[in-house]
Design a binder for this molecule. Structure first.
Ligand SMILES: *Cc1c(COP(=O)(O)O)cnc(C)c1O
Length: 220
């Protein structure tokens, strides 16, 4: 079996210039993260605040922590001091809470809106209309400690490449069309799409952040 370092090297080699790798480390113990860190990977994605915070506390401080899981508002405070990018914003209420905790920490927290693009009903995310509502909400202007830097989405869990490709293509088109909302707080520059099974397709369709777990660390 190839090592974690070899897997990371292999994936990095295939990335486009505009694409960054987020190693998805959920459920993996700290020594495994350290192995990835020593292989040069310093962007980690986690889906639970408590787990991410424990790892943040134990590991080197130059790691970028990305929240990629569904968030409860009462957990936001634990990650507010250090989180690099909250990729899974799926309500205005959550954005308000992130802003509140960002104010307390005297920082600006960067966020992505998670858009629902899959066929399954189980995946979280906003519809296009709901995303537009957030981007155009007059109250957004009062949330000065959050910035919306782009969109995140998960494609359907299917073997049908064309289905996946169309979902990513749709998200890319939405991302481009949302650039019309760019202002002091909104700057559409990051498009997070692609996981172990589909990141190559995602990259071809314009992804700037791929979130890869099992292809680096093995199955969970
Ligand atoms: C777990 C997870 C990933 C990584 O999945 P793999 O198939 O292991 O690469 C990517 N994005 C999100 C939102 C996840 O929850």
């Amino acid at each position: 079996m190839p090592s974690i370092a070899e897997n990371i090297g292999q994936i990095e080699k295939g990335l486009k210039q505009e694409t960054r790798l987020i190693a998805v480390t959920k459920t993996k113990p700290e020594e495994v993260l350290l192995e990835a860190y020593e292989a040069g990977c310093k962007r980690f994605g986690e889906n639970k605040v408590q787990e991410m915070t424990a790892k943040y506390e134990a590991l080197p401080k130059d790691i970028e922590w990305h929240m990629i899981g569904h968030l409860q508002t009462n957990k936001v405070k634990y990650m507010a001091p250090y989180v690099a990018l909250v990729q899974s914003v799926d309500s205005f209420k959550l954005l308000k809470e992130i802003n509140k905790e960002a104010v307390k920490n005297q920082r600006v927290i960067d966020c992505l809106l998670q858009i629902f693009i899959a066929q399954e009903e189980t995946k979280f995310g906003l519809s296009e209309e709901e995303a537009v509502e957030i981007l155009t909400a007059p109250a957004l202007k009062t949330l000065k400690n959050v910035r919306i830097l782009g969109l995140m989405g998960m494609a359907s869990n299917t073997e049908e490449e064309q289905v996946i490709r169309n979902e990513f293509r749709g998200l890319k088109a939405l991302f481009e069309s949302f650039k019309k909302y760019n202002n002091e707080q909104i700057s559409m520059q990051a498009l997070s799409m692609g996981m172990s099974a589909d990141y190559t397709i995602a990259m071809e369709e314009g992804s700037t952040l791929v979130r890869v777990g099992s292809a680096i660390f093995g199955s969970r």
